[in-house]
Design a protein around this ligand. Structure first.
Ligand code: ADP
Ligand code: MG
Length: 337
């Protein structure tokens, strides 16, 4: 079957079927934001890996090397945050064209270091190769979590309140500005910044994971339309989303109006927001949100409910259809994010 029929998630499912049999006891592999390798009764090692490829994930002519360095680590930190962990050790593998400038690399490392030192991550190794076709960057990140705080995608329960920890769509708005070469007003630069230097929710992830009322958690990397489906598959449930409650910044709304594009589409299916998507016991929601507000000076955004089956969007109670689905590497015609 050709890849574009199988899709990214179909392919991952095939890999999972072949390689997830007979894992050592309590080891959890493919299927969540990180693999889980228990170290003791108290704690587990979390492992995640993500790749950024020139002309698929970034345009070298547009992104600053320091932003690329930051982002290549950030997307991995977000996966550790999603499971409530503390990131610790990174491995960096690079495929680089021969003619790449030394100053470019210096800046790349300075961006990587910015985030590594802020989050106390140590770079312990990697691999370096020549590339004949553009830059490819792979980061593997290890973290640690107390077993009692670990959060998975698979723990959503019927009636749970679904929420996100931040506004959605700014990053996708930034990407649209880059790809469509829209004018770089102050608002546009703000959206692009969210695309290149996404705000991580590491403290939020660790804090939320310490609350038993938080059932399932993951990070938003492919757009909630796609990421909600991951929760549905893992937790064997359905999802009902209220479109009018999707948090969108006034900057994105204003920019979208001025350039005649649909901000909701970006907020639902754009991706690369790197905030957290979680499901919460409804009886504990108000208390959790009040405490979250005290801790982080902002509120959670409740956007829907866990139901028995299917993904349904409602706008003021009426069925709502979205135009495009979340990101799939093998389903978009131009292969870009
Ligand atoms: P995320 O967006 O959180 O990084 P992905 O959607 O990339 O997660 O991947 C989903 C799951 O599939 C993860 O558990 C990941 O480790 C696994 N996975 C993705 N690609 C591969 C692959 N080529 N081989 C094995 N596992 C994979
Ligand atoms: Mg993830």
């Amino acid at each position: 079957m050709p890849l574009n029929n199988l899709g990214e998630f179909g392919l991952i499912q095939k890999i999972k079927e072949q390689f997830s049999l007979n894992l050592p006891q309590s080891v959890e592999g493919i299927g969540d934001d990180c693999a889980i390798i228990p170290e003791s009764d108290q704690s587990s090692l979390l492992v995640t890996t993500d790749m950024l490829i020139e002309d698929v994930h970034f345009l070298r002519s547009d992104i600053l090397p320091q932003d690329l360095g930051y982002k290549s680590l950030a997307v991995n930190v977000s996966d550790i945050a999603a499971m409530g962990g503390v990131p610790q050790f990174a491995f960096l593998s690079l495929a680089l064209p021969l003619n790449l400038d030394g100053a470019w690399l210096e800046s790349f490392f300075s961006g990587f270091k910015d985030l590594a030192s802020n989050t106390k991550i140590y770079l312990l190794g990697g691999d370096t190769n020549q590339s004949k076709n553009g830059i490819a960057i792979n980061v593997t990140l290890l973290g640690r979590v107390e077993n009692k705080f670990l959060k998975r995608r698979s723990e959503a329960k019927l009636g749970d309140i679904i929420c996100v920890t931040d506004f959605l769509g700014d990053s996708a708005g930034g990407l649209k500005i880059i790809l469509d070469k829209l004018p770089r007003s102050a608002d546009a630069l703000h959206l692009i910044k969210n695309h290149y230097r996404p705000q991580l929710n590491l403290q939020q992830g660790q804090w939320l994971s310490q609350h038993a009322s938080v059932h399932a958690m993951m990070d938003v990397s492919d757009g909630i339309d796609s990421d909600l489906k991951r929760i549905m598959e893992s937790s064997k449930c359905g999802v009902e989303i209220r479109i009018e409650d999707i948090p969108v910044t006034s900057v994105l709304k204003k920019f979208a109006k001025g350039h005649d594009f649909d901000f909701l589409q970006l907020a639902l299916a754009g991706g690369e927001d790197y905030c957290l998507l979680l499901t919460v016991d409804p009886s504990a929601y108000e208390d959790l949100n009040n405490k979250f507000q005290l801790q982080f000076s902002r509120s959670l955004f409740p956007i829907g409910t866990i139901v028995e089956q299917e993904l349904t969007y409602l706008q003021n109670g009426m069925p709502f259809k979205i135009k495009n689905n979340g990101f799939d590497h093998f389903k978009k015609a131009d292969g870009h994010e």
